[in-house]
Ligand binder design. Structure first.
Ligand code: ADP
Ligand code: MG
Length: 243
């Protein structure tokens, strides 16, 4: 049994280090990170710009590989996956909640989300797509093209497409980054609901206020994990957050 199953964790990192070698020198983006995340948990990875948040997320999502250490996710040793196995892992296990600019401009909202469901091998992609767009309150915009939607609506289509994969682990890098407050809260509510529905959700942010909706806050400073704890004051509903 892989160690992360023995401990009840769906994501486990053990001494994960990432070094980037550049002409200007070596950057240690992540320094001996060890972390264990229970399933159905909403984790906020909090840290200032440059602290290693995106690096951490990209390695969990197998977009990049560590220089040292091992990562286990949902019973798979991610750091050992090669070629087709890595592809299958990204198809069946992890989903990045992409920003709206990744939508296909020539496909309608419904077709974009349908594509996400189908690419992940869902059995009834059409129904899943419709249900996900309704969940993000876009049931009245199914046949609109991205350029016919507002920025916030496009973002919600992108989220619906990510959720349509049905994968157990969702990774969101600064999901509220370019959104107005109201749309940002709506997106966080959706992610919160997914964790309630059994998905494991990692949200990366520099915004301390967002950490208050987490089950678990992982704090990064200069590539090191300096804290792993539930938010002081308990987990808030996203609607209670203010920024
Ligand atoms: N491809 C890369 N090459 C060199 N340095 C990088 C690369 N990616 C990230 N870094 C460096 O690693 C550190 C962490 O970056 P990143 O994970 O993007 O931080 P964050 O997402 O917290 O802002 C930063 O100092 C950044 O400049
Ligand atoms: Mg980043």
């Amino acid at each position: 049994m892989p160690p992360e199953e023995a401990s009840g964790a769906i994501i486990a990192l053990s001494n994960v280090t990432k070094r980037f070698v550049t002409p200007a020198g070596t950057v240690v983006a992540l320094d001996s990170a060890t972390l264990s995340v229970p399933a159905a948990c909403l984790v906020v990875v909090l840290g200032p710009s440059g602290s290693g948040k995106t690096t951490l997320l990209n390695m969990i999502g197998a977009l990049d590989t560590p220089s040292d250490g091992v990562i286990d996710v949902a019973g798979k040793r991610v750091t050992d996956l090669r070629g087709a196995q890595r592809f299958a892992y990204r198809r069946n296990t992890v989903t990045f909640v992409f920003q709206a600019f990744n939508l296909f401009p020539e496909l309608t909202a419904l077709e974009n989300v349908h594509f996400g469901a189908e690419a992940a091998g869902r059995s009834s992609p059409a129904e899943v797509a419709r249900a996900m767009l309704e969940a993000v309150e876009l049931g009245h915009r199914l046949h609109h093209f991205p350029h016919e939607l507002s920025g916030g609506e496009q973002q919600r289509v992108a989220i619906a497409r990510s959720l349509a994969t049905g994968n157990p682990v969702l990774l969101a890098d600064e999901p509220t980054g370019e959104l107005d407050y109201r749309t940002g809260i709506q997106i966080l509510r959706l992610l919160r609901q997914r964790a309630g529905g059994g998905k494991t959700v990692l949200v990366v942010t520099h915004n301390r206020e967002i950490a208050r909706m987490a089950d678990l806050v992982v704090e990064l400073r200069g590539g090191r994990i300096v804290g792993v704890a539930p938010p002081a004051g308990g987990t808030l509903d996203p609607a209670e957050l203010r920024w």
